[in-house]
Write a protein that binds this ligand. Structure first.
Ligand code: FAD
Ligand code: NAP
Length: 313
């Protein structure tokens, strides 16, 4: 019987593992599909991590020490995909790919979320070289320069607003002539003089060279006319997939409370609506989707797990 099963080995899962093992729990296993590190390992640079401002380290380099530290204190890693978590009486059953199971007193789910891709030409080739899904991380690179933002939902409009305080101009490209975002957000964004809506339009192709993006070709979906936006940055906000599959029950409902967008409802201690089940990082409600926050969530959840186990003993 595990004291704690941690699902996902990104910043939230690794930090949960560190705090759980250093806090005295002996039997803690982190289930992670691949190598630990999470989505930040796809990034060529790290922004917004306090005390860390070297730009010569990749996300992979940055996360290397995190796993070493956890394993040093006794965290076990099983490189396995978790299919499902279920509460069976007092304890949890974690079902792994292939059908094997593990029993645990507590579970911390840290499976993150995945920004969706829009599917235009050049998106994958220039991802991380001018195409970004994180304004907080990458907005500063375009200080005083123009950028393109793609999307018409709350995230696109809120991030366009955030960027408009850093960059010179924001071209807000949306495939329809009305925005999906909340009317109050649309009103606030439309008042910004340096945000320019490009409506009924999609990104046709992102153009660039070895140095990265140089411009973005957009196409009006009603007239088929194309035009070039001379922007070195393109931010894509076309929705997120929350990696919440492990919390689905056999009837495709969820074992704990979620919000309408599939994010896990937690309190300030990262407790879900199910006793002994915690969620941390990008998959929880109102997640700012930053490494420092995911790590903080993981620490909070692990400290709460320790108290929970002590109370149950
Ligand atoms: P994740 O990092 O998404 O980790 C979740 C882990 O769970 C993954 O390793 C995944 O393999 C695993 N997993 C998922 N499902 C299962 C399953 N069923 N079974 C087992 N394992 C599973 N933030 C910053 O603060 N600064 C930055 O500069 C920055 N740059 C970024 C650049 C890019 C390109 C991207 C994509 C993100 C960036 N972010 C940045 C955001 C940051 O990476 C995330 O906020 C952070 O990684 C979230 O941590 P997490 O632990 O919640 O989830
Ligand atoms: P979203 O609401 O799904 O919006 C995605 C946007 O991208 C839509 O405008 C959509 O266009 C567009 N889009 C999707 N695929 C595209 C493609 N391939 N090419 C071009 N455009 C594409 O996603 P979100 O903005 O990330 O928000 C997710 C949820 O979180 C929403 O329910 C949102 O309300 C919520 N949220 C709330 C807040 C808040 O309350 N403050 C903040 C952020 C997010 P269409 O409109 O034409 O479909």
């Amino acid at each position: 019987m595990l004291d704690c099963a941690i699902i996902g080995g990104g910043p939230a899962g690794l930090t949960a593992g560190l705090y759980a093992t250093r806090g005295g729990l002996r039997n803690v296993t982190m289930f992670e599909t691949g190598m630990p590190g999470g989505q930040i390992t796809q990034s060529s640079e790290i922004e917004n991590y306090p005390g860390f401002f070297e730009h010569d380290k990749t996300g992979m380099d940055f996360m290397d020490g995190w796993q070493k530290q956890c394993f040093h204190f006794g965290l076990k890693h099983e490189m396995k995909k978790v299919e499902r978590v279920a509460k069976t009486g007092e304890y949890f059953t974690v079902t792994l790919e292939g059908g094997e199971t593990a029993e645990a007193k507590t579970v911390i789910v840290c499976t993150g979320s995945t920004p969706k891709r829009a599917g235009f030409k050049g998106e994958d080739a220039f991802f991380g070289k001018g195409v970004s899904t994180c304004a907080t991380c990458d907005g500063f690179f375009y200080k005083g320069k123009p950028v393109t933002v793609l999307g018409g939902g709350d995230t696109a409009l809120e991030e366009a607003y955030y960027l408009s305080n850093i960059v010179s101009d924001v071209y807000l490209v949306h495939r329809r002539d009305t925005f999906r975002a909340a009317p109050s957000t649309v009103e606030r964004v439309m008042k910004k003089e340096n945000i320019h809506p490009v409506l009924d339009s999609v990104v046709d192709e992102v153009l660039g060279d070895a140095m990265g993006v140089t411009s973005v070709r957009v196409k009006n979906v009603k007239t088929n006319e194309t035009k070039i936006l001379e922007t070195p940055g393109l931010f894509v906000f076309v929705g997120h997939d929350v990696n919440n599959g492990v919390l689905k029950d056999v009837n495709s409902g969820f074992i704990c409370e979620m919000n309408d967008w599939g994010q896990v409802k937690v309190d300030l201690s990262m407790r879900t609506s199910v006793e002994g089940l915690f969620a941390a990082g990008d998959l929880r409600i109102e997640a700012p989707k930053q490494v420092v926050v995911a790590a903080g969530d993981g620490a909070t959840a692990a400290l709460q797990v320790i108290s929970y186990i002590q109370e149950q003993a």
